[in-house]
Design a protein around this ligand. Structure first.
Ligand SMILES: [Fe+2]
Ligand SMILES: [Fe+2]
Length: 270
C-alpha cells in the first residue's frame, strides 16, 4: 500500500496548495491512501466544517486534527457526522468524534489511522498517549484486521515522538509526528518495520515563523510586547510530509521517502 501523509495545513496558503496539487500528486505518486493533518487550516487555528470538506474533496481520505482540534466551534458537531475526521485519541473523555478508525482502501484492504497528543511541553496534560495507542493497535492488529496502521503523534518534544516510534515498532506501518511545523531529516524504517519521521513539517508558507506572518511573533520575541493577532503567512506553501510503501502481507514498511513540494523549501520527491 502506498500511503501519503501531509503535515499541518496552515491557513489559506496551505489550503490553496492542497486544493491545487493534492489530486495530481496522488496520481503521480500512485497513492492508495492519503492522510492530511488539518488542525491549522482555518486561519491557523483549528479546522472549520467548510475547510474540512474542502480538504476531503481535494483528495484527503482522512483528516487528523491536534491540540487545535476544536478552535473552530463547528468542528464539535461536524466531527460527529464526518467519520473521516479524527481528533486526538486521548483528548478529554467527553470530546465529540473519534480518535481512531479503520478505513477501507482499494483491493479490499484496510488501514487503521489514529492520532494521539503527547504530554511534554503541551499546554494541557492529556491522558497517556502510549496506553491509548496500545489499545487501538490491539483492537486492529497488523496482519489481522488491517493491512496497514498509521499513527499521527502530535506533540512538541522530539524525544516523546521517538519514544512513540519505538513503542509502535513492528505494530504500526507508519509513525509520523506533527505539530512543530518544521520537517525533520530523520525519515527511516525502524528495525521492526515501522516507517518513522519525527515531524512531517507543515503545508504552509515557510517564509514565516512556523506558518505565521513574521511581524507579530518577531515583535513578541524581540520586545516581549504584543500588538496584534497572529495571522497566517500568505506566501506560496510547501507541501511537506512523507510517502510510505508497505507490504500488504505483513504491514511493514518497505520504503519511506520525505516529500517537500512547491513553495520555498528545496523539493524532495519519492
Ligand atoms: Fe498542534
Ligand atoms: Fe499545527
Amino acid at each position: 500500500m502506498r500511503i501519503l501523509f501531509l503535515g499541518d495545513v496552515m491557513g489559506r496558503s496551505g489550503r490553496t496548495a492542497i486544493a491545487a496539487r493534492l489530486a495530481a500528486l496522488r496520481a503521480q505518486w500512485q497513492v492508495d491512501f492519503a492522510v492530511v493533518n488539518g488542525e491549522n487550516a482555518t486561519g491557523g487555528a483549528g479546522l472549520s466544517a467548510d475547510h474540512a470538506r474542502a480538504l476531503l474533496a481535494a483528495g484527503a481520505d482522512a483528516v487528523t486534527l491536534g491540540d487545535h482540534a476544536f478552535d473552530q466551534k463547528d468542528m464539535l458537531a461536524f466531527c460527529e457526522s464526518e467519520p473521516r475526521i479524527l481528533r486526538p485519541l486521548n483528548y478529554a473523555r467527553g470530546a465529540p468524534g473519534r480518535g481512531a478508525r479503520v478505513f477501507d482502501v482499494s483491493g479490499g484492504r484496510r488501514i487503521l489511522v489514529a492520532q494521539v497528543l503527547g504530554q511534554v511541553f503541551m499546554k494541557r496534560p492529556f491522558d497517556d498517549p502510549f496506553a491509548a495507542v496500545d489499545g487501538v493497535m490491539k483492537a486492529a492488529p497488523l496482519g489481522g484486521a488491517v493491512q496497514a496502521v498509521l499513527i499521527d503523534m502530535h506533540c512538541e518534544a522530539t524525544s516523546e515522538k521517538m519514544a512513540m516510534g519505538h513503542w509502535c515498532d513492528g505494530r504500526a506501518s507508519v509513525v509520523v509526528g506533527t505539530h512543530t511545523h518544521v520537517p525533520t531529516a530523520d525519515a527511516t524504517i525502524l528495525p521492526g518495520g515501522t516507517a518513522y519521521q519525527t515531524d512531517a513539517g507543515m503545508c504552509g508558507d515557510y517564509l514565516s515563523i512556523i506558518g505565521m506572518d513574521k511581524a507579530e511573533p518577531m515583535r513578541r520575541f524581540v520586545t516581549g510586547m504584543s500588538k496584534g493577532r497572529f495571522e497566517p503567512a500568505r506566501g506560496a506553501a510547501t507541501l511537506c510530509g512523507l510517502v510510505v510503501e508497505t507490504d500488504d502481507a505483513t504491514g511493514r514498511a518497505v520504503s519511506v521517502a520525505p516529500v517537500r513540494e512547491g513553495g520555498t523549501l528545496q523539493a524532495t520527491r519519492p
